[in-house]
Ligand binder design. Structure first.
Ligand SMILES: *Cc1c(COP(=O)(O)O)cnc(C)c1O
Length: 222
């Protein structure tokens, strides 16, 4: 299957209201151009350097999403153009995004990354740490970030019951957070969950944003 037919099939199969983030990390610009020609405008990358190179040569109407662990010292390089950062996992990173967005007179959309997997390799805030961050009042001081929701990654397993359980927990937590801290903020509405092997389960559990790489672009060679 070609990149273009993969994109078209995915776009046709996902429900309205679910955004497809095409995760193009490790793939060459030509692959992104094929996806773009098929109508894809939302792309996800997880390395600042690689993102910068691609952003320079790709059309300007693309929404670039940052989906991986982001070091504070890299924020300034992507702040001029980044649309959404899915991976806010500390107060320090949130403050740095706010500071850099202010320098460029922009508002950057962010998601708080929540740790939901039963693995110790993934980044993210625990439910408790997320509540702590929300209780700290810091977000109200960050005038140049818009907190639009939560992101999470399920355990990398074939056990679908476990994956669904983890996604369901994130959805429940999202509802609690929305009710307690963002009840009058319409833009707090995103749950970014689901990758190539589990996006169907994620949609069933309430995902509003799926981050799909290999099912579109093929396997990555690292
Ligand atoms: C690489 C990556 C994806 C896409 O993974 P695939 O299995 O290729 O769909 C999604 N989310 C994050 C955070 C990633 O790093």
């Amino acid at each position: 299957m070609s990149i273009s037919s993969n994109i078209k099939q995915l776009q046709a199969s996902i429900p309205e209201g679910v955004t497809l983030v095409a995760v193009s990390k490790f793939h060459p610009v030509e692959a992104l151009q094929e996806a773009y020609a098929a109508g894809q405008r939302v792309f996800g990358e997880n390395k600042a350097q690689e993102l910068l190179l691609k952003q320079e040569v790709m059309p300007k109407d693309i929404q670039w999403h940052f989906i991986g662990h982001l070091q504070s010292n890299k924020v300034k390089t992507i702040a001029p153009f980044i649309h959404t950062i899915h991976s806010i996992d500390s107060a320090k990173l949130l403050q740095e995004v706010d500071k850099q967005a202010a320098r460029f007179n922009r508002t950057i959309r962010v998601l708080l990354q929540i740790y939901i997997a039963r693995e110790d390799t993934k980044f993210g805030l625990s439910f408790e740490e997320c509540i702590e961050l929300l209780e700290s009042g810091l977000i109200a001081d960050c005038k140049h970030v818009e907190v639009c929701g939560l992101m999470g990654m399920a355990t990398n397993t074939d056990n679908e019951t476990q994956i669904c359980d983890e996604f369901a927990k994130l959805n429940t937590f999202f509802k609690t957070v929305k009710a307690s801290y963002f009840s009058n903020q319409d833009s707090f509405r995103e749950i970014s969950m689901g990758m190539s092997h589990d996006y169907k389960l994620a949609i069933a559990e309430g995902s509003t944003m799926i981050r799909v790489g290999s099912s579109i672009f093929g396997e990555r060679s690292y």
